[in-house]
Design a protein around this ligand. Structure first.
Ligand code: CUA
Length: 345
């Protein structure tokens, strides 16, 4: 018992010490129709659970006090067996409660499973340990940070290229498994602009806990600018020697796996698309803020900072080389878009 509680405390303290993102993910945030249904169900179930708790513990307390030994009894108290009326009551009441909860659950499930007409479709593909996003209707692709317009329904089609993952932006919608060879669908309509925290919710390997993502919900006007910038994206010309060196190193070391739209050499799809990497708020699939402090160690030794990462270490790169590559990928940017500073959920 004591050992058990020590283990719990050690894990809690470790969690606090290692916690990169201190946001409190709230599955009950009623910011979408989906989560409002879940919250409504939880309230009903909690009310019934509280009623049952009060009745059962009340009856128990009453019985213990009323029929306690008072010190002057002789032998056993009068014995009796069965009470038809009581037994019918305590069978009928739980049955009615279960039927009510079943009805409410079915109602919520039906409401949440109704797919909206005219929604935008995004294909989400899970990889160890990052997410690929393809806006099929718009012909654009990005990774780890999904940009969506506010108040527009979206259908997410989910699959995986390796093992089972689960895509879960908790404050927006329930989790859905991403399974190789199968397409699962879910839908939601974000109602508030902001950056939503997301997490892979299916144990998928060494960096399952580090397979995070963001859903960035912006105004329609900002989303249109993103789409316009993304569709016509061309990697900008390297204007200074550092960028030129970064570009050259990128083409030698990174282009075999990554894609950058509008370049001849980088068009591979086995790693995150880095076309608008400069607009990302995070690096390493939602792990760290997108600054040189995190980006440079990531470029040099990705498996060293994220166990199981498929991106190899590049011990041959000097600090200066890594800095040049970081400068180059951060120059890949749609101008006039800034996703920092949005409210966080
Ligand atoms: Cu992917 Cu856990």
């Amino acid at each position: 018992m004591l050992r058990g509680s020590i283990v719990v405390w050690v894990f809690l303290l470790l969690g606090l010490a290692l916690g990169q993102d201190t946001r409190v993910v709230n599955i009950l945030d009623p910011s979408t129709a989906n989560n409002r249904e879940v919250t409504r169900l939880l309230i009903w179930v909690s009310v019934f659970a509280a009623l049952i708790f009060i009745v059962v513990t009340g009856a128990l307390t009453y019985t213990v006090i009323k029929f306690r030994r008072r010190g002057n009894e002789q032998g056993e108290p009068p014995q009796f067996h069965g009470n038809d009326r009581l037994e019918i009551i305590w069978t009928v009441i739980p049955t009615v409660i279960i039927v009510i909860i079943f009805g409410l659950t079915a109602q919520s499930m039906i409401a949440n499973s109704r797919f909206p007409a005219g929604a935008m479709t995004v294909k989400v593909t899970g990889y160890q340990f990052w997410w690929d996003y393809e806006y099929q209707d718009l012909g654009i692709r990005t990774s780890n940070e999904l940009i969506l317009p506010v108040n527009k329904p979206v259908i997410v089609e989910m699959t995986s290229k390796d093992v089972i993952h689960s895509w879960w932006p908790a404050s927006l919608v329930g989790k859905q498994d991403a399974i190789p060879g199968i397409t699962n669908r879910l839908h939601f309509t974000p109602e508030k602009e902001g950056t939503y925290y997301g997490q892979c919710a299916e144990l998928c390997g060494a960096s399952h806990s580090r397979m995070r993502f963001r859903v960035i919900v912006v105004s329609q006007e900002q989303f249109d600018r993103f789409v316009e910038g993304a569709k016509g994206f061309q990697a900008p010309a390297a204007t200074d020697p550092t960028l030129a060196k970064g570009q050259q190193l990128f083409n030698q070391q990174c282009a075999a796996c990554h894609a950058v739209q509008g370049t001849a050499s980088a068009n591979n799809r086995i790693a995150p698309d880095l076309s608008y990497f400069g607009n990302r708020t995070t690096v390493g699939a939602g792990l760290w803020e997108n600054t040189d402090t995190y980006l440079i160690p990531w470029i040099k030794n990705s498996p060293g900072v994220k166990p199981g990462s498929k991106m190899p270490a590049f011990p041959q790169l000097s600090d200066e080389d890594a800095r040049a590559i970081a400068a180059y990928v951060k120059s890949l940017k749609i101008e006039g878009l800034d996703f920092e500073g949005l409210p966080q959920f």
